[in-house]
Design a protein around this ligand. Structure first.
Ligand code: CTP
Length: 416
């Protein structure tokens, strides 16, 4: 009997070598209090056997619709689930799901589920990029499934590329994010939306070993990316020099300097519905770059570094919007001074940059940058002011997406 007070999760496992990573995901889900039914395909059992799944989930494990027929498992599992997550999802499984095939317990469950379904694809780069797989992924996304972007890195064997299963901890975060929203009745308000987030601090190199940088950790931007995934968005994260792990399901574009960040942001925002500039780009860069390490000389006076100004990416995106309905969000890290309060500086900045929303937070003395918590006032070009009291960066991220979500134009399927 299932315990309805606990989140009911179906963990589908398709036949790929990454099935072994699903064991760790299963453990994390069970430890978080979820009741998990593992539904492997027959080929998944060639990689990890049924006793492993049964022992880790404390639940029976079936592959075919012919076991326990009196309980009609092919219908019941999907109907009762709060979340179905398929990890790894192979090219074959995605194809079957896209075409509505139902020849085993997992594919039947996918057809009966009325809850969010997450596919975490894992396969070789060539299979992921094949037009057949692209079309299947597009079909599943159109129907409202979350098809996460695979991670990049080592694949089976010695090759590397896009196609890795994201790490279990990252997949678990995605599941938790979706379950939390479902439990709160909030749903996936960013489903089908493309959002771009920047994170981290840029570096401006003086020579091959020295750079001008800043203290941004990237945490707020990463939290925004995770939160957007949990709300169904397709997310590009342009990450400047962050050491944080790639969030699951997010397309991560690493950059170094402000000019790299600008190029990546302009490209990524071309087809986007919303953009959030959470990165801290360096406003200035050295006027020249020395190809070789700058050496001390006998001359006791230190060399002078001449700086030139970097482009203002937020202002550029806000003022030359690739789409008129693009929602543009900036951050303002401020300290009050003799010219005005934190909020006055924020209002001024919002107008100067031309963005729709500006998240104003006070920095200095343990606030902002490396802190784990954040508090802010989100001001809108429409005069709105939303106070977000001290809480986690994930909480602030969700408040930001709440405000973005209501500013997005209705999707074609919502019109009328
Ligand atoms: N920003 C940007 N490009 C820059 C500098 C900042 O896009 N070259 C963005 C940041 O990502 C942030 C917002 O602009 O979303 C405000 O950043 P902040 O450093 O507070 O603003 P500045 O324009 O640098 O203003 P200030 O003179 O206060 O430093």
């Amino acid at each position: 009997m299932s315990d309805r007070s606990r989140p009911q999760v179906v963990l589908g496992v398709a036949g790929g070598i990454a099935a072994y990573k699903a064991c760790s995901l299963l453990r994390l889900l069970v430890e978080s209090g979820a009741e998990v039914r593992v539904v492997p395909t027959a080929s998944a059992l060639r990689f990890v056997g049924a006793p492993t799944w049964a022992a880790l989930s404390h639940q029976p494990v079936h592959t075919e619709v012919w076991d326990d027929v009196h309980e009609v498992p092919h219908v019941r599992l999907g109907q009762q689930a709060d979340l179905v997550v398929v990890a790894p999802a192979t090219a074959d499984l995605l194809a079957k799901a896209a075409h509505g095939l139902a020849d085993d317990l997992l594919t039947s469950t996918l057809l009966t589920a009325r809850c969010p379904i997450v596919f975490a694809p894992a396969m070789h780069t060539e299979m992921w990029e094949h037009p057949a797989t692209r079309a299947n992924v597009a079909t599943l996304r159109e129907r409202g499934a979350f098809v996460l972007e695979p991670a990049e890195g080592r694949l089976t064997g010695t090759d590397t590329g896009k196609g890795r299963l994201p790490e279990p901890e990252q997949l678990f975060e995605v599941c938790q994010g979706i379950l939390t929203r479902e439990a709160g009745g909030q749903g996936q308000d960013l489903l089908g939306r493309r959002v771009v987030v920047s994170a981290g601090g840029t570096r401006e190199f003086l020579d091959p070993v020295r750079f001008l940088g800043n203290r941004s950790s990237g945490r707020q931007g990463y939290a925004l990316a995770r939160a957007a995934v949990a709300r169904g968005a397709s997310v590009t994260l342009v990450a400047a020099n962050s050491s944080l792990p790639d969030p699951a399901g997010v397309k991560v574009t690493p950059v170094v300097s402000t000019r790299d960040l600008r190029d990546a942001m302009l490209e990524a925002t071309e087809n986007a519905d919303a953009v959030v500039m959470a990165a801290a780009p360096a406003d200035f860069r050295p006027a020249t770059y020395a190809e070789h390490k700058i050496k001390k000389t006998d001359d006791v006076s230190a060399p002078t570094v001449e700086l030139v100004q970097n482009p203002d990416i937020l202002a550029e995106i806000a003022q030359h919007r690739p789409r008129p309905d693009l929602v543009v969000v900036g951050f303002a890290a401020e300290t009050g001074d003799e010219h005005g309060t934190v909020l006055e500086h924020g209002r001024h900045k919002l107008a100067r940059k031309g963005c729709d929303l500006l998240v104003v937070n006070e920095v200095g003395a343990g606030k902002g940058f490396e802190a784990l918590d954040n508090e802010a006032v989100i001001i809108g070009a429409d005069g709105s002011e939303t106070v977000v009291s001290r809480g986690s960066k994930d909480q602030l991220a969700h408040r930001i997406w709440d405000l973005v979500s209501v500013r997005l134009p209705a999707r074609p399927d919502q019109a009328g």
